[in-house]
Design a protein around this ligand. Sequence first.
Ligand code: HEC
Length: 427
Amino acid sequence: MKKMIKRAAGVAIALALPCLSFGAETKFTFHRDVEPILQARCQNCHRPGEAAPMSLLTYSDARPWAKAMKQAVLSKKMPPWSADVSVGHFKNDRSLRPEEMDTLAKWADSGAAEGNAKDAPAPLQFSEGWAIGKPDTVLEMPVPFEVPAQGVVDYQWILIPGFKEDKWIQAFEVRPGNRAVVHHVAAFLRRAGSKWMAEVLPGVPVAKPSTAPEGGSSDGIVAEYVPGVPPLIMPKGYAMRLPAGSDIMLQVHYTPNGKATQDRSRLGFIFAAAPPEYQVITTGVVTGALKIPPYEPNYRAQASMMFGADVRVLGINPHMHLRGKSAEVRVTYPDGRVQELLRVPKYDFNWQLTYEPDGDLMLPAGTKLEAVEFYDNSANNPANPDPSKEVHWGDQTSDEMMVVYMHLAIPSGQDPRSIYRRVAYQK
Ligand code: HEC
């Protein structure tokens, strides 16, 4: 009799098992289902020392945020990605696939279980905080900048001497010393012998009024830091040329946050081992003539350029300030065909994203690039500092800008100015 019962119990368990394991499959766990998504889509920002306010590296880090994560991803607030996914394909697209959103939502709804640590993917390796990997060379602001507790700080220009020989930059990263007060850093290139800010001494910050845009006097922008945006790492065979004797002019925008503090930002370089096949240059289509009326909800500004040489597009980066609303970038090929490259329906000033086209986007000489940007100067724009003001071009975020930066590649050895040549002079 005893034996029978045992048997029966055994059968019951055997019958129950398939159901149990079926149940386990639909119950989402952190290690098996959630952690791979966080690694792929979130941890580059959500880890100690990075832009995001909390870490999502471990179960105990992420568990309290389960519901908030669900909300943030379903509302598409996270991960930050503003491009319309129906226009173009971008290799750095970090928007979540519907099934990834679903996983995070179901995990939160089902009690946010940890699951078995054996199911966890290997933790990601991060190198000393540099997103580009270990730099070959690090240059640092020689003296820390004293950031006051309050007020508007003019842009600070800081000269960092470059290198004596030609360098080919494969990857370049600006790392702020103090993320709480560094609004952005732009690294401009100044060629040997340039008269631009010739009086500036290495490391001694020079304040420039916010209404004096200096970009036009430089020999190009090399890299930028804006919160949360990974640096542009160039594909193999592509590099940016830093000519011998060039200096780096850092433009740093500090935004005081109530506490006097210091900042000492750094630059990290990885150099290409050999001269590359393609040179990467950055240019921008720009309109300076902005005159946005008070309370205007939909001001339109447009800029265009015609390429004088074949270019390959590596990155597109629309730039506006707090009244920026939306952006569109399109090209008209020499044969008349029109292609939309990028549409940003809801521009977010906090995320100055560079969109990197997937695959080979070649624009032949004679292609016209057109950018249109819209601005909301109404009271309905929660970011608007003052809807009653007429707004013009300027560096402060309460002024506006209309720029689309283009990261382009041309064959090494070709004169970068060739991209601006009138097409009629070709051939
Ligand atoms: C490019 C950097 C970046 C990436 C990638 C990113 N985050 Fe964030 N996240 C931030 C920053 C910065 C904040 C704080 C500022 C804000 O809320 O915009 C934030 C805030 C949050 C918050 C708090 C939101 C709130 O409403 O207060 C949640 C939750 C969150 N992120 C979840 C995620 C998840 C989940 C992912 C991946 C699927 C992700 N984030 C990817 C940078 C990032």
